[in-house]
Design a protein around this ligand. Sequence first.
Ligand code: KG4
Ligand code: ZN
Length: 357
Amino acid sequence: MIDAASSSLTVLGIETSCDETAAAVVHRTGQGAGTVLAERLLSQLAEHAPYGGVVPEIAARAHLVHLDRLIGEAMTEAGLDFSALDAVAATAGPGLIGGVMVGATMGKAIAAVRGLPFIAINHLEGHALSVRLVDADIQFPYLLLLVSGGHCQLLAVDGVGRYRRLGGTVDDAVGESFDKVAKMLGLGYPGGPALERAAKDGDPARFKLPRPMAGRAGCDFSFSGLKTAVRQTAERLPEGAFSSRDLADLSASFQAAVVDVLADRSASAMRSFGKAKGKPPAFVVAGGVAANAPIRTALRNLAGENGFRFVAPPPALCTDNAAMIGWAGIERLALGLSDRLDFKPRPRWPLEELAQT
Ligand code: KG4
Ligand code: ZN
């Protein structure tokens, strides 16, 4: 077992669970934050854009074509030979299973050939721990809002592999709702960044949209009713006369509703998370939607009002990337955790089930 306190760890991370093919070499000395020695990321956006969403078969084939080269480039950029690695970590779920199998199999192959430990990473754990890669001060437990294209959850992060779900979406994930509304408004794919841009000069108060679940007990979310309300609002506007002002205002009104819902549900989670004596706990927001500037601002203010320290990884670490996978590998390896080469990739893999693996 590796001595976590004193050792210096270098791990190759591989991410292929959706439409990003990525490899990164991450390093940590002692128990501090990490350093990304090299990172290569290829977005498959152009390949999926004509279909208005990710096509699993196309994604898996693209990972197969590009992953080997990206790993080689990352190792060269880091100036390291595979023998300098302490382990190989690859996303093993949840996600599109074809892509996950490509990345996990590649990770296992490198580990087997080089005699290195293989670490199967839960993609959500990658997002959940990513903040500790850049901020060594983040101590467990912390409150986490995980908002991505496939997930919308509030979790208490008690430690590596130890997650308590406080609430989650009962229908669409928040990123999914951004993507669907953007598609509906003709903004293209991926919808989140496009919608944020469209909303920039819009009037968020022009259209009255619902705030699903706001004010309810617990920490659950719902976004499908909001999406329907946007569609109905757009349909009520005079046909053929949907102006760029209408587009900006409707985008801004939708985004404002999402901001309110995320803030309301997070406030409820803060109340149930409670506060230990001493240092204020961290409220961490991670996942692709955490790249959204108005959402970050609102959540930062909310945290301040409720005695939490707001922390969000930089936007490039919020959207899918391999550095967070390499980092989760370092966190696990430091605890002596690694996986067998026959580990089966899992298309569904809730964070709460991690402790048992
Ligand atoms: O974490 P991520 O890269 O992939 C998943 O694991 O799902 O998240 C992607 C999601 C997409 O739904 C995308 O539209 C959304 O994050 N997203 C955003 C923004 N940037 C990405 N949503 C709102 N505003 C953004 N700026
Ligand atoms: Zn993700």
